[in-house]
Unconditional design. Structure first.
Lengths: 186, 271
């Protein structure tokens, strides 16, 4: 009976203990991500899924609001009807973003959106009228969400994110950029 | 927006390829009722090169004075050109096709069908094209893809310059690998005869250094199918020097250099 009382007291004590929030830095941050970009809709027939690299730098204004800038690059095989055949092109994106999020202990969730510009490295998609003659630039819009896992070190977090982006000037090219990233907060 | 665009431009490579689709597909292999021979269509595409700036013209003039030879506006290392092609056999019979590459630089156009190097020998082979003429098997209803690589077009450009400005025999020029040559020696044009089918070349003028080798600015293809086929092609250009118009073939003609190469002729020198 005494043993049961002790076990019960320990269990109640454990459950009643306050949750230990893992400390996480806030302020200036930098993020580097690796992932893949997959096109949606009609462009998916003309461009294959390709590897992507994303770099973000920003500032946490509040614990729930951040602003930042993004540069991203992805490389794709053009799969349009030949000729040409087996050619690759690169898509570069850059812009400013607003991020809203919340922290739940060691996990943080966020949504983000922004606008900027995109550049395509060649005119290989002109044949299928994704780009116009001489066109390499367009405005771009992006929106996405993700989750971060705060590591023991308060400066570092690992995360998963996915952004959708639309490039109106490139025949409304739409794509998903999914990535695994490492965040460092100063 | 402008800052972002400049930053993105800095990230992109200056010599990313641009693709120029052929003005039209080449369809051949049908019997021509007039000649009773198979139709062998020809296609031509002139590269959209911007007009020469005053600075470029001055630089070119200075280089010409230094080298003592004519220096073309478009030189071999200014552009890296390849030609991607697809052949579709529209027939229900297997067939073969050949693609012959010819062309023009800003000085001369080379058309082997208009040249006679036989020296009166009926059994002499026809004057060669600059590249290609390799038999390609195409299954019935099938498609075959291929390309003239950058190094092949480079070789063809140098061969064209050697044949036309250098008067080097087309067989000698095309059968040797010249793409790494640093110069060639022009020779006097001498026509082979039955008595002297292989006349010794006679050097004339100064050697032409690589810095003055002319790049092909017009690409001519001759399509030679044995059954009803269509050739579709596109030209891929890496513009190392930045002399191509951004709008490519859609550029206003006034913004492009209007090249007027002379037809190369192998008129013999009096011997």
């Amino acid at each position: 009976m005494r043993v049961l009382s002790v076990v019960a007291a320990m269990a109640i004590g454990t459950l009643a203990a306050p949750a230990f929030a893992r400390p996480a830095s806030t302020g200036w941050y930098a993020e580097g991500g690796l992932g893949a970009v997959a096109y949606l809709g009609k462009v998916a027939d003309d461009a294959a899924v390709g590897p992507s690299l994303d770099i973000r730098v920003g500032r946490d204004l509040f614990s729930w609001l951040s602003v930042g800038v993004l540069v991203a690059a992805s490389s794709h095989e053009a799969t349009l009807p030949p000729p040409p055949d087996g050619q690759w092109f690169q898509l570069y994106r850059g812009g400013a973003e607003l991020r809203i999020g919340g922290r739940f202990d060691r996990l943080a969730l966020f949504v983000q959106g922004g606008a900027g510009a995109a550049m395509i490295s060649s005119n290989v998609l002109e044949k299928v009228m994704v780009t116009d003659p001489g066109q390499h630039f367009s405005i771009a819009f992006t929106a996405g969400a993700g989750a971060e896992y705060q590591l023991e070190n308060r400066h570092y977090a690992l995360g998963l994110g996915a952004d959708g982006f639309v490039i109106p000037g490139f025949d409304s090219m739409a794509a998903i950029d999914a990535r695994l990233f490492l965040r460092y907060t100063y | 927006m402008k800052v972002i665009a400049i930053a993105l431009l800095a990230v992109g490579c200056a010599n990313d390829p641009e693709y120029i689709p052929a003005p039209m597909n080449l369809e051949g292999g049908m019997m021509d009722p007039m000649t009773m021979e198979l139709v062998q269509p020809k296609g031509s595409l002139t590269l959209p090169v911007k007009t020469e700036t005053a600075d470029d013209a001055k630089t070119r003039g200075d280089l010409a004075a230094k080298l003592g030879v004519d220096v073309p506006y478009v030189k071999v290392d200014d552009l890296q050109v390849s030609i991607e092609w697809t052949i579709k056999n529209l027939d229900d019979m297997p067939g073969q096709a050949k693609i012959q590459l010819n062309g023009a630089n800003e000085y001369f156009a080379y058309d082997p069908s208009m040249l006679d190097f036989s020296g009166g020998d009926d059994e002499a082979p026809p004057t060669p094209g600059l590249d290609g003429d390799v038999p390609i098997d195409v299954p019935p209803g099938g498609t075959v893809q291929g390309q003239f690589r950058e190094d092949q077009v480079l070789e063809a450009s140098i061969d064209l310059d050697m044949i036309t400005r250098g008067n080097i025999n087309p067989f000698a020029a095309t059968l040797a690998v010249n793409k790494n040559d640093q110069q060639f020696q022009p020779v006097m044009q001498v026509m082979p005869t039955p008595q002297d089918p292989d006349p010794a070349p006679i050097p004339v003028g100064s050697p032409i250094p690589r810095a003055a080798f002319a790049q092909m600015i017009r690409l001519d293809l001759v399509f030679k199918p044995t059954t009803h086929m269509v050739l579709e092609y596109a030209v891929r250009v890496r513009d190392i020097r930045g002399i191509m118009d951004d709008m490519l073939l859609n550029a206003p003609p006034a913004e492009l250099t209007q090249f007027m190469p002379a037809d190369y002729s192998n008129m013999p020198a009096a011997m």
